[in-house]
Design a protein around this ligand. Sequence first.
Ligand code: PEP
Ligand code: MG
Length: 585
Amino acid sequence: MSFTLHGIPVSRGIAIGQAYLIAPAALDVAHYLIEPDQIDAEIERFNAAQVAVAAELEALRADLATDAPSEMGAFINVHTMILNDAMLVQETFDLVRTRRYNVEWALTKQLEILGRFFDEIEDEYLRERKADVEQVVERLLKALAGASTTASLIAHTAASNGHNEMIVVAHDIAPADMLQFKTQAFKGFVTDLGGRTSHTAIVARSLGIPASVGVQQASVLIRQNDLIIVDGDHGIVIVDPAPIVLEEYSYRQSEKLLEQRKLQRLKFSPTQTLCGTKIELCANIELPEDAQVAVEAGAMGVGLFRTEFLFTNHKDQLPEEEQFEAYKRAIELMNGKPVTIRTIDVGADKPLDSMSAGDGYETAPNPALGLRAIRWSLSEPQMFTTQLRAILRASAFGPTKILIPMLAHAQEIDQTLDLIQEAKRQLDEAGIAYDRKVQVGAMIEIPAAAIAVRLFLSRLDFLSIGTNDLIQYTLAIDRADNAVAHLYDPLHPAVLNLIAYTLREAKKAGVPISVCGEMAGDPTVTRLLLGLGLTEFSMHPSQLLVVKQEILRSSLKAFEKPVADVLAAYEPEELQAALARLQKV
Ligand code: PEP
Ligand code: MG
C-alpha cells in the first residue's frame, strides 16, 4: 500500500531505492520479516549479543566493592540466569524460526508473553522478577542495536553485491555514525528525529545525497526493503509508490542531474556580482579528505574545518601527531588556499565517546547550554593546548587560520589567546616551525557575542557568523529537536537584525567577517546576505555553484531598498513581501 510521510528537507535531490532499516538503540525496535536463509544469521546475532551482555554482567561483578551488600551479587546472578533461560532464549529462537520475526521483534514479543505470565503469579517476590527480565531484555536489545547500527550495516552492504540502491531509514543517527557513511554508496537518508541544522543533517548534506529528517514514525512504518522515494527538496518520503508517481520522480531526478551538470560550467568563472563586487566562496569540511572536494567545487579556501569529527569515533584522546597530520593534509590539499581550522566543538549533539555516563556529561541538565565547544576546551587546557600545537605546526605548510567556537565572554577570549601564546612558546622552546602571523578568529554564534561584538573586534583578527547556533540560541530552539523544528526560523526579525548588526560593526572596524552557518549555502537567502554587506561565504561544497549562480545574477545597488524593508519589517506578511521584492529586482 502506498503512503506518504512528511519531514524536514535537509539535503536536496531525489533518491529512489530500497529501505534499509537500522535498529534503534531504544526499546522501540524495528519490526520486519526475515528470509528463511537469514534465520541462522539472526540467531547468530542473538548469540553475539548474549555473549556481550554476559561480559557486561561479569564486568559489573568484578567492579563490586568488597563491602557491597550481598544483594548486589545476587542480583547479578539472577540476571545471568535469566540471560541463559530457555523461556527467554529458546522461545525467542522459535519465533524467529516459525514466524520469521527479526530477532529484536521476537525478543520483545517473548517479553510480552513472559510479562503476562509474571502478572498472574501470586507470590509478590516472584511477580517482581518481571522487572529483572525486562532489564535483561533491555541490555540484549542495546547490544543488538550496537551490533546492527552502522558497523554491521556497512558490513551488510559490502556483502550485498548489487544492492547499492539503498536508502537508510533510522530512528536517529548520531553525527559520528553518519560520518561512517561517507565511504558507502547509499542513495538517501530518512530519520524519525532531527532538525534542519542538527549535525546529523549537516553531515548528510556534506555527503551530497538527499535526506529528510524529523519524519516521525518513519522507522516504524517503513519496512525493510520497501521501495521508497526521498524528496530531499520537500522533506517527503513516498513508500511503495504507484507506477505513475515513480515515473514522475524518475523524470524529476534526471532533470535535476541535468541542472547540476549545467551548473558545472560556472566552476571556473570568477565570483562577482553584476556590479563588479568580488565575493569569496569557501567550503565547510568535516574531514581532511573533504578538502579535495572543496578544491574540485572551486572553493577559494576552507572557511570552516569542523575538527571535532576527527575526535568522534575515537575512544581515547587523539594524539598531537595524528591531529597534526590531519590538519597538514587538509592544508596541503588546498594547495596554497587558506584553511580555517576551528578548534574542537564537542558537546550538545556531538558528544565524544569519553563523554559517557559517569563523566557527568549525560546528566548535564541542558547540554546545548552546558560545557560545549570552547567552554569544554578551556576546561581541558592540556587537550586544548595539544590541539593548538598541532594546528600551529600544520600552519608551517600553508596559509592557516584558527577559529574558536562559542565564545561569549571577554575572559574566555583572553584565556584562549593566552593558551595560543603558550602553545607558541612551547613550539619555540622545542624549535618547531609555525606561522608566527597565524590569524585567530571567533565564531559569532551566541546572541551575546553578536550584541557585544565590539569585545571581539578589539581582540581578534577575523569573525565568522555561525547562523546555526545563532538561530538556536536567539530563538531558544534546540536545532536537533524536530518537535520545535517549525519554530527554527532563520528569517525571524531578531535573527536578521543580529546578523545585520554584526556585519555592520565588523565592516566599520575593518575586521574581515564571513558567514559559515547553513544560511551561507542556502540560495534562497543569498541576495539577502549580499544586501546586508556579506562578501565572504563558507558552505558545504555541494552548494557552492547554486549560490554562485545567484551571486552572478545580483546587483547590489538594487538590493538596498528591499533589504532595508526586510530589516524594518516585524510582521511576517510585511517581511515576506519585502523578501519577494528582493528576489525580483
Ligand atoms: C554554526 O553554528 O552555524 C556553525 C557553523 O557551527 P556548527 O554547525 O558546527 O555548530
Ligand atoms: Mg555552531
